[in-house]
Design a protein around this ligand. Sequence first.
Ligand code: HEM
Length: 165
Amino acid sequence: MLVTWILAWAHIVSAIGWLGGGIVFGFVVAPALSKLSPASSGEFLVKVVPGVVRFFQIFAGLTVLFGALLLFNMGGLGLLNPSTFYGVDLSVGVAFALAAFVESEFLAVPIQLKAVRLVREMVASGKHEPPAELPKTLKMATVTSVLTLILLLIASVCMVGAGFY
Ligand code: HEM
């Protein structure tokens, strides 16, 4: 019982960090970036975004790790039983959570780091004009981050629903 409680707490706190951080960054910080001058937003990209990306990677990994440990501690894969409402709810939640993790790790993060690299290369080469592919890369970074958020919100709705059965 104590182990379940600790795992549930660790899982929920990690999920809060991942989803809460994503909401603040996606709805407050990212839109505000477009109001900054190119020099300021470039500096923000190079100095702040790599740390933010690392934060999301750590909290995403911890959410999935503690979620998996919690699942096995509570009874294993048998809990994902499609003949019960609880099993369907939890299965859909896990599926969306895994989709969010894969989408974030293999699509959103590489695109965000590509934007950082493009600005770094521009600064290193002494140029003042942003590379032609930067606006498209930033747009892709926004789209993939919003997609991660949508998948995460659906996963969290299912998880909280499962808690009521
Ligand atoms: C592979 C990934 C995941 C696994 C295996 C997993 C597994 C679980 C399990 C077994 C529970 C306990 C359900 C119950 O009360 O019977 C749970 C609860 C919960 N999960 Fe996840 N989870 C995952 C990802 C996520 C994600 C991405 C979020 C949100 C961003 C999330 C948010 C929550 C919340 C808030 C609860 C507490 C529900 C409640 O008791 O009201 N989980 N999870």
